[in-house]
Design a protein around this ligand. Structure first.
Ligand code: PLP
Length: 448
């Protein structure tokens, strides 16, 4: 006979749940999550993967590592400012504070003085109107696509949306604005060709069935060569002549022109040029939370706001709070990254190169410390904005193999992989993260 079955030594569930560390973990994790962790440690002991006396330790470590969200913070070292796969705009401190403040009960639809119901998100609306005085009225919805859907539904359902063939874009992940507009019950009336559309093309398409004219900013691509397009100012006269609304979908959410990206349309100029309605995203160049922004003529924005669909696309209190703080707060991280000074980036990148030199595996055996090159590297606006505009800057060049280790390290870092190298660009890294980033790189370089 061999000794007693070691499996009988596996701690019992009740005993594991009574461990002080487990009791305190149950304050932040659900009973189900805690029991799953306990159960899987017991299973690993039963299958012999771990010893019975290691079960308690395993449970405690797993629970300590268990976060309340599977989303992991990532240091964006790609140089791409509005990175869609990384959640687009990082919020400003002011916006984060506002999010937290709005997370409990808030007066989002209540007038505290009279104790009666008030207009939802009134403060955010006022902040938008202050930030874009060219607009008479403003409305916030869930995202940019929702703003466009609401505009075309309220103005053109059962009618035609007249739009240039040069502007029928796919915005990413197979998502086409044409399909989106068609889903609203409006019919697309395409005019012109891919490279050239003239005022006469619009003019001949307008008729009793026209619901609105639509200009879409083809944000993520450029047609070069023999091209022509009709601007908002020219379309204004046509819209007046036929008394049809003129809608412009801008995408990026710039409220004012930015000389760094001169081809990127902004809300103020587009409204002054004569658009009745502009729609845009909150989390691209505006640098706020995911949101759709509608600005423009008071009667039309109200028509959108009172359409039944508005209820289905309305913004939640967290969005309203973060957007207001983005508009009224200081310079947002997106703007800082976009306008980062190349000399300053060079200084930080050189310091980073110093901090990680000699961290490579080959350095352990002694000899000269490995030095890593600082190379010129252009950042990008990203998020479908200003695709042709390089943002001059620098990157630290590491061996390509470092990229995967950086992504899976702690903190997680997303570098750019290009031409067989791993490039670390500091443009979108707050300077306060430089030391953490250096630590992550040293760990990635020395990993076996
Ligand atoms: C990004 C974009 C949209 C969609 O906005 P979301 O906020 O992603 O829904 C619509 N139109 C244009 C021109 C865009 O660039």
């Amino acid at each position: 006979m061999s000794g007693p079955d070691p499996r009988r030594l596996i701690p019992r569930t009740d005993d594991l749940l009574a461990l002080p560390e487990v009791v305190s973990a149950r304050e932040r994790l659900s009973d189900r999550v805690v029991r799953d962790v306990v159960g899987s440690a017991q299973t690993r002991a039963r299958t012999g993967e771990i010893a019975p006396d290691a079960v308690a330790r395993e449970v405690v470590t797993r629970l300590a590592d268990r976060r309340s969200t599977g989303l992991r913070p990532v240091i964006n070292a790609t140089g791409v400012v509005v990175h869609t796969n990384l959640g687009r705009a990082p919020l400003s401190e002011a916006a984060v504070e506002a999010l937290v403040a709005a997370s409990g009960y808030v007066d989002v639809e209540l007038d505290l003085v009279s104790g009666t119901r008030s207009t939802r998100g009134a403060a955010t609306r006022e902040a938008l109107l202050r930030a874009c005085p060219a607009a008479e009225e403003a409305l916030v919805v869930g995202n940019g696509a929702a703003a466009l859907v609401l505009a075309t539904t309220a103005l053109a359902a059962g009618k035609e949306v007249v739009v240039s063939r040069g502007e029928l874009i796919e915005i990413g992940a197979g998502f086409r604005l044409t399909d989106l507009i068609a889903s609203t019950g409006a019919r697309l009336r395409e005019v012109g060709t891919t490279n050239r559309t003239h005022l006469a093309d619009y003019a001949s398409a307008i008729g009793p069935d026209t619901g609105c004219l639509l200009k879409i900013h083809p944000s993520n691509f450029r047609v070069e060569g023999f091209t022509s397009a009709v601007g908002v100012a020219e379309l204004r006269a046509l819209a007046d002549e036929h008394d049809v609304p003129l809608v412009a979908d801008l995408g990026s959410g710039l409220l004012e022109p930015d000389p760094l990206i001169p081809d990127e349309p902004d809300a103020a100029t587009t409204l002054r040029d004569g658009a009745d309605i502009v729609t845009a995203s909150g989390d691209k160049l505006l640098g706020g939370p995911q949101a759709g922004i509608v600005l423009g003529r008071a009667d039309l924005v109200r028509r959108l706001a009172t359409h039944p669909l508005a209820r289905a696309v309305r913004a939640d209190k967290l969005t309203l709070a973060a957007l207001e703080a983005t508009l009224d707060g200081g310079r947002v991280p997106v703007t800082q990254a976009l306008h980062a000074d190349a000399d300053d980036l060079l200084r930080r990148t050189r310091a980073l190169a110093d901090a990680v030199s000699g961290a490579g595996r080959e350095d352990v055996s002694g000899g000269a410390r490995t030095a890593y090159d600082v190379v010129e590297h252009d950042g990008r606006v990203g998020g479908g904005g200003a695709p042709g505009v390089p943002l001059r800057g620098w990157a630290l060049r590491l061996p390509e193999a470092a990229a995967a280790r950086l992504r899976t390290g702690e903190p997680a870092v997303l570098p750019r992989v290009s031409d067989g190298a791993c490039l670390v660009d500091l443009r979108c890294v707050p300077e306060s993260d430089d030391a953490r980033l250096a630590g992550a790189i040293r760990a990635a370089l020395s990993a076996p």
